[in-house]
Design a protein around this ligand. Structure first.
Ligand code: GTP
Ligand code: MG
Length: 242
C-alpha cells in the first residue's frame, strides 16, 4: 500500500523541556517494512525517549523524524496512530472489560480480530479461562491481572490496530523466557510486512534483529547484527555478559 511504514531518524537531538542537556544526540537510522530494528542499552541511555519522538509524545529540537518520507511534525496524532502503534514500557489498562481495553485503538474490531490478536500475544488461554472471557472486568490500573498478562493485553491491543509500524518498549521483560520465545515466533509471522522497532533488556529477545542499535548516554555508539556486534562492540559485549 502507499502507507508503507518507513521510519527515518535524521540527525535527531532532543532535550526534555526545561532540561539543560540533551538526552539524545545526533541519532540517525532507518527502519523499513519487513525489518526488525532493536535498541539496546543501559538504563537511562535514552531508549524510551527515542521511541517517544515517532508518535510525537515529544518533538525533537534538531534533526527530523520522518514517517514515509514526511516529517512527523507535519502530521497530526490521528494520522500517526493510524500507522504507528506504541506498546509502552509501563503498559496501562483502563477500568472496564478486556474487550473495551482491546478495542481502544480500533473500536470497530470484530471479536474474531480480538481473539486473533490475543492468540498472537499469548493471551488467549488466560482470557478464555476467565468465566466472562472478553467481558471480564479489569480493575482500575489493571491490578487484577499480573504484570505479564498486562503486557500481553497491551501487545494484543496494538495488534488489533494492524499498524504499519510497531514500537515495543521493553514489552517482553515481564514474560518468562518460554513465553517470550513463543510470542516472538507468533509476532514474526503477523508483523512480517510491518516495520518493528523493539527496545529490549534481554539480548535473547533481539538476536535475530536485522540491525541492533547500541545506545549509550543518548548516542548510538555501535550498530550491526548480533554476530557483528559480538565481534566489534565492547559496549554490546558488556550487555551480553551482564
Ligand atoms: P530504561 O527504561 O530504564 O532502560 O531507560 P531508557 O533507556 O528508556 O531511558 P529514558 O529514555 O527513559 O531516559 C533517558 C534520560 O532522560 C534519563 O536521564 C531520564 O532521567 C531522562 N528522562 C526521562 N523521562 C524524562 C522526562 O519526562 N523529563 C525529564 N526532564 N527527563 C526525563
Ligand atoms: Mg525506558
Amino acid at each position: 500500500s502507499e502507507l508503507s511504514g518507513v521510519v527515518e531518524y535524521r540527525n535527531v537531538t532532543f532535550a526534555y523541556p526545561g532540561a539543560e542537556s540533551p538526552v539524545l544526540s545526533n541519532i540517525s537510522f532507518t527502519a523499513r517494512p519487513g525489518q526488525t530494528i532493536a535498541i539496546i542499552g543501559s538504563t537511562g541511555a535514552g531508549k524510551t525517549s527515542l521511541l517517544s519522538l515517532l508518535p510525537r509524545l515529544y518533538d525533537a529540537a534538531e534533526g527530523e523524524v520522518l514517517l514515509d518520507g514526511v516529517p512527523v511534525n507535519n502530521l497530526d496524532h490521528a494520522e500517526i496512530t493510524k500507522r504507528v502503534a506504541l506498546v509502552p514500557q509501563r503498559p496501562y489498562l483502563f477500568s472496564g472489560t478486556i474487550e473495551h481495553n482491546l478495542r481502544f485503538g480500533k473500536t470497530d474490531a470484530t471479536d474474531q480480530e480480538l481473539w486473533e490478536a490475543l492468540r498472537v500475544a499469548q493471551g488467549e488461554s488466560f482470557v478464555r479461562e476467565k468465566s466472562k472471557a472478553l467481558e471480564s472486568r479489569i480493575s482500575q490500573g489493571g491490578t487484577n491481572v499480573s504484570g505479564g498478562q498486562r503486557q500481553r493485553l497491551c501487545i494484543a491491543r496494538a495488534l488489533v490496530t494492524k499498524p504499519r509500524v510497531y514500537l515495543f518498549d521493553d514489552s517482553f521483560s515481564a514474560l518468562d523466557v518460554a513465553t517470550d520465545a513463543r510470542l516472538r515466533a507468533a509476532l514474526k509471522d503477523t508483523t512480517a510486512d510491518a516495520t518493528v522497532i523493539i527496545v529490549a533488556q534481554r539480548v535473547s529477545t533481539i538476536t535475530e534483529a536485522d540491525q541492533i542499535l547500541v545506545l549509550d548516554n543518548g548516542r548510538i555508539v555501535d550498530r550491526g547484527t548480533h554476530e557483528e556486534l559480538l565481534e566489534t562492540s565492547p559496549t554490546y559485549q558488556e550487555i551480553v555478559e551482564s
